[in-house]
Design a protein around this ligand. Structure first.
Ligand SMILES: *Cc1c(COP(=O)(O)O)cnc(C)c1O
Length: 374
């Protein structure tokens, strides 16, 4: 078997890409998302396999065959841009977002250093700062990263909170640390448990706080859980509040939880993966009052704001903490003697090395349609 690397042949490939673009515009963007069209042409797996040849072959397919395969792929995929697709908290097809995604994909950047992604790294900083300003951090100060999803954003917040309380965890791991616990409501997203397991805290480190009848974290129950933990001799370090619970869309009482956190010296993380979008609304942003006191906030613009998947962020109040916690100073990437201020290189704030650019589609939507009313 030989793997042929395509060197773009302008005439041949331009014709192919134009055909693909026409097909996508017709079948995936406009026609497919009309109300009369189905959200999905559902087929059971065996039937689907008879309609689409999912196997790769030993011989290259022709452009006609590839176009037919693309058409079938579109036909039998879920139309998430359809007005009737309201599943799992993301939906809609935004033309600016799609254009941004196309431009990003054509350039195929990786966003670790200024030199390899000069426009995008600068844009990321601008957008993250504007998001922090919307949160209510003074002058948008603080820090932030784009994340491969809200689950990972929550996990990073947990790691940062632990590092802030016990910086030795970066070099020594959990060895010598007291048993750590955090608090989240019973309706918090399941990623909190997942990340606690991943980070060596264990699922049992997540102390579940009961909710009121509206699905909001009950403050008395939170106080009681903190007392129980202290009595158990374990070390509370964090509260995860949710702004927009996954099932009910409930908003935990952020200001009151922030008071509890400052009384007990706990990191406040707000999981606003879903509800963060309310900050763009003059009418509804008051529902998130208190979020400006959070140490960190997870916010997925790909949910309420309908930015194409994936666009998730973690915003942090503490400057420099991301780099201190995640940094590794790899000398082949993050040299200190560049022609520009090496602090413009965002890469070492991140867990990932190579990283997709998720900012441009959001930036283009923000640029093209947002009207912020003061
Ligand atoms: C969707 C959601 C998450 C997870 O985000 P992903 O991007 O799907 O990983 C976390 N928390 C809340 C409240 C959510 O709604």
């Amino acid at each position: 078997m030989e793997w042929f690397r395509s060197i773009p042949d302008e005439t041949h490939h331009r014709a192919f890409l134009k055909d693909v673009l026409t097909l996508v515009l017709d079948e995936a963007v406009f026609k497919a998302n009309r109300r009369g069209e189905p959200v999905i042409r559902w087929r059971l797996p065996q039937e689907l396999l008879s309609l689409i040849d999912v196997q790769t072959r030993d011989q290259p397919a022709s452009h006609e065959e590839l176009l037919a395969a693309i058409k079938a792929t579109i036909d039998f995929s879920v139309k998430t841009g359809h007005p009737m697709f309201i599943n799992q908290l993301y939906s809609g097809l935004d033309p600016y977002g799609l254009a941004g995604q196309w431009v990003t994909d054509a350039l195929n950047p990786s966003s670790y250093t200024y030199e390899v992604a000069p426009v995008f790294t600068t844009m990321e900083e601008a957008v993250l700062q504007n998001m922090r300003a919307l949160l209510g951090y003074p002058d948008g100060r603080g820090d932030g990263i784009f994340c491969p999803g809200g689950s990972l954003a929550n996990g990073c917040a947990m790691n940062l909170a632990r590092f802030k309380a016990f910086p030795s965890v970066k070099t020594e791991g959990l060895h010598g640390l007291p048993r750590l616990v955090l608090f989240a409501s019973e309706d918090a997203h399941y990623s909190i448990h997942k990340m606690a397991a991943l980070e060596g805290l264990g699922e049992a480190a997540v102390r579940s706080v009961t909710c009121d009848s509206q699905g909001r974290m009950d403050l008395k129950a939170l106080e009681a859980e903190i007392q129980v933990a202290k009595r158990d001799g374990v070390h509370p370090f964090m509260v995860v509040a949710t702004a927009g619970t996954t099932v009910l869309g409930a908003l935990d009482p952020l200001s009151a939880i922030a008071d509890v956190c400052s009384t007990h010296g706990l990191w406040l993380h707000v999981d606003a993966a879903w509800g963060g979008g309310l900050l763009f609304s003059k009418e509804h942003r008051h529902l998130l009052a208190g979020i400006e006191r959070a140490d960190s906030v997870a916010w997925n613009p790909h949910k309420l704001l309908a930015v194409p998947q994936q666009c998730s962020t973690l915003l942090v109040r503490h400057e420099g903490l991301l780099k201190a916690c995640h940094g590794r100073d790899a000398t082949y990437l993050f040299q200190k003697d560049k022609f520009y201020d090496h602090n413009l290189d965002p890469g070492d704030k991140y867990i990932q090395c190579g990283r997709r650019v998720d900012v441009f589609k959001f930036w283009l939507m923000w640029k093209g349609k947002v009207c912020i009313l003061k």
